[in-house]
Design a protein around this ligand. Sequence first.
Ligand code: ZN
Ligand code: ZN
Length: 355
Amino acid sequence: MKRQLSITNLFFIFIPLVIGVAGCSKGVSVNSDDLEGRNYGTEKVVVVVIDGPRYEDTWGMEQQPNVPKMAHELLPQGTFFSNFQNNRRTVTVPGHTAIATGNYQGISNDGSELPDKASFLQRYLKETSKPSSKASIVTSKIKLNVLAETNDPEWKGRFTPHTNNGENGKDRADTQTYKEVIKTLQANQPDVMLVQFKGPDSYGHANDWEGYINSIRETDSLVFELWNYLQQDSFYKDKTALLVTNDHGRHSTGHRDGFVSHGDWCKGCKHISLLALGPDFAKGSIIADEYEQIDIAPTVGVLLGIPVPAYDGGKLIMPLLEPEDQRTALFKSSALHEPFAGFPPLSAPQKQDNP
Ligand SMILES: [Zn+2]
Ligand SMILES: [Zn+2]
């Protein structure tokens, strides 16, 4: 089964009163004419990808002890998508490519191949004629260099964003990447930025449970610090959207080698998360409709007023875009200022569909 409706259904069973007004449809197809004439307060966008934590170890846990900053401090200021998915290849480069370009592609995971489509960063530079420093990719993994380029002859070698990926030809620690992110924000003042933290993935592959959980907590803190940084910098304050998501999860507990690996279509690998903070987004909201990685790029395009096509079933994330009075699928509650226990445990892993 491709879709994860059982998660949504469970969600309603466990907390029907809390989430009762939210719609339960799978993804929402959208006519962007609905957005005609909308003006967004968002002028800058930062997308943070936390590489490879499982939903069951992050937002899927009762009280969310491993993502306390995001779940308890940031969610009251933003909108959370509890049914966000990687619906294609659940590995690093394909996941990031889907996020950056809006296109699912069978791209190599070793950094030897370029995306087929231009990223929202390239499109931003083209549309605004700004220098490359205004779109920036800062990552812990060096192989994500490929995100700055594309095979598309119309775009190849043009409108290439600034990159700062890994260090001395190697991957680097997330705390180091975070320092580079802040330096870049200070020095270049980019309008669009893509950041990647690798900790959960690296410790997972090392079969280091404690390191894995600690790195989830570390990335949670780094996201919190980054948001606070943006909110005290007059260039970014109140005009920046921060989207926090994942490239993939990891195998569900009990499936194959569990948290150590990833890459198939089990629930643990596919079910990721999206937290959105920014001037145009509702606060303290949880959306249970399904959205997926390829929806991010066209949605960023609308927020920034630049054309970013949707590919392959990609759609706009309407709860982030429609006028406040039309946000019928939103759940809003002051109760979210308290730690909430709304997310159900994941059900037993399904049989593997495909490697
Ligand atoms: Zn991995
Ligand atoms: Zn899996």
